[in-house]
Design a protein around this ligand. Structure first.
Ligand code: C6P
Length: 405
């Protein structure tokens, strides 16, 4: 069946509105994606029929809430092909997932060891490792990138050595769209016995990941970038790694026993899920996963790749248009500058014409520093974007540039 983008758009009520008298053209999907009716309905149904705390009650509503939440854990397990459901932990987001691992490694890391990240990371995959290295005296290294925004893997063998405890990097860069050679990096990390973490914030909505095929130790997903609710993420970890990590937060439901002197912890995944979880978010995320799988991740990726090609070609005809991040292997993100204009001004003038893009550093200041720029404007595409919207975006950008020059 051909990809019916107009049928898909009908499922996203937020898209059908005017902004400043113009139809909304939403191109800020790398920041957060919109929610289909199935997700909105699942959350409404939960509060209308089932709302109760989970794992805490014998009453019917609590049982229903618990079953609904645990069904989503099972769905996530299947979606990324984890070995077992207990390896799926619900967190507050990618940031929380990475902090959980980085904090836990504080108990394991030795001062002579090192952690390797890349020059292409979001702040949430830099700062937690800096904090860990400051606490433990370990060194933080990073794999550099070239002028196209691709990682320079010639340095891999030197940087990842027998003292490397962790290699942590993203699958797809949010700032430039670069798709990183995950298996090559993982293979080097495994050769020296290092642990591995892949940040899947930007790949979750666009690519199917098989964590057993990758043989990665930790993998993270963000619900809100996958058409689900905000405030929810997933941390996948291999059982043997999660069992070694101490928990990041203490509280209710993460314990086995508590006395006034000492506590023992529950088994995974509960050891890492202190407090009442984001139940409605998890249930909404389950509906989002169903929705993505019904449309088909491969079909979504093909549609977005076509949008990326079209946008790259058509926007490049604008005088002074420059794409930051021109990797061979790219996802549907275009970070750009236009000569003689500031990205912030472009963002404001595009918004005046109904077009939503993100401007600034995109939480990746080191990337901007390497390109010697203050920031970019960024357009990022999702399953519901159309070729007509790219034409509207181009026309709006041309008008903005004319006004600013
Ligand atoms: N990037 C963007 O506009 P949280 O905020 O925890 O859900 O996700 C953080 C994060 C981590 N890694 C990558 C690669 C990301 O893209 C993000 C979120 C958004 O690019 C918001 S800054």
């Amino acid at each position: 069946m051909s990809y019916d983008v107009h049928a898909i758009r009908k499922e996203f009520p937020i898209l059908h509105q005017q902004i400043h008298g113009r139809p909304l053209v939403y191109l800020d999907n790398a920041a957060t994606a919109h929610k289909p009716l199935a997700v909105i309905q699942a959350i409404t149904d939960f509060y209308t029929k089932d709302n109760a705390n989970v794992h805490r009650g014998v009453h019917t509503l609590s049982q229903r809430s618990t079953d609904a939440m645990e069904a989503v854990r099972t769905a996530v397990c299947a979606h990324i092909n984890a070995r077992e459901v207990a390896e799926i932990i619900f967190t507050r987001g990618i940031t929380d997932s990475i902090n959980t691992v980085a904090f836990g490694m504080g108990a394991l890391l030795q001062p002579h060891q090192n952690v390797v990240i890349t020059a292409l990371e979001h702040h949430s995959n830099i700062v937690p490792w800096q904090m860990l290295c400051e606490r433990t005296g370990a060194a933080l290294r990073y794999i550099p990138m070239n002028d196209k925004g691709e990682l320079d893997l010639s340095t891999l063998e030197v940087l990842v050595d027998e003292n490397t405890a962790m290699v942590a990097f993203n699958h797809i860069s949010n700032a430039l769209g670069t798709i990183n050679p995950v298996k090559t990096i993982l293979s080097r990390a495994k050769a020296v016995g290092a642990w591995t973490l892949v940040d899947g914030a930007q790949s979750g909505p666009h690519a199917l990941v098989d964590v057993q095929d990758w043989d990665v130790d930790f993998f993270t997903l963000s619900s809100h970038k996958m058409y689900g609710p905000t405030g929810l993420g997933v941390l996948y970890g291999k059982r043997e790694r999660l069992e070694l990590l101490p928990p990041y937060q203490g509280g209710g439901e993460m314990i086995a026993t508590v006395t006034m002197e000492k506590s023992t912890y529950a088994d995974i995944p509960h050891k890492f899920e202190a407090g009442t979880p984001h139940i409605e978010g998890i249930i909404g995320f389950g509906a989002a996963l169903d929705y993505i799988n019904t449309v088909g991740v491969d079909a979504i990726a093909a549609h977005e790749a076509a949008l990326l090609d079209y946008a790259t070609t058509t926007l490049s005809t604008i005088d002074g248009f420059r794409i930051i991040g021109t990797a061979e292997n790219k996802a549907s993100v275009i970070s750009f500058l236009v000569e003689g204009t500031h990205p912030y001004d472009l963002g404001v003038l595009l918004d005046q014409q109904g077009v939503a893009v993100r401007t600034g550093q995109h939480c990746t200041q080191p990337i901007m520093d390497q390109f010697c720029i203050a920031g970019t404007a960024r357009a990022s595409f999702a399953m519901y974007n159309t070729f007509e919207e790219i034409d509207l975006f181009k026309a709006a950008l041309e008008r903005a540039v004319t006004m600013l020059r």
